[in-house]
Unconditional design. Sequence first.
Length: 149
Amino acid sequence: MKTRIALFMLASSVSASVLASDNKCEPVDQQHIAGLFDRWNDALKSGDPQKVAQNYLTDAVLLPTVSNTVRLTDAERKEYFEHFLQKKPVGKIDSRTIRIGCNKAIDAGTYTFTFKDNTAVSARYTFTYAWNGQQWLISTHHSSAMPES
């Protein structure tokens, strides 16, 4: 329960700076939010860490699946994806729950990554999104491998 509360509080605080500039709620539905994962996954498939990083707010928090290092800057996120993309990952959503608020949304569930060497990793994920006045971007991204194999 503490984790869920902390995550909500984190999502609220990260997007507060975005919301401060525009008090109007951007209309969005669950299908659009689900499509943001597809946009991110397509960027992964491109093999270009810059394209992946463009999906994140500049102050986004990335807690990646296959690294112990928290990534807080564009440079740190790009560095992570440079290494991760070498494995040629392709993600697939296994289950999800989407919650939508005013200029923020949460997509949480499980996904599986398959790599070029035909290995796979199943993980839990949470993406929080914020409307930056022009587009929806990732404000936090947490991914952790399933503890049971």
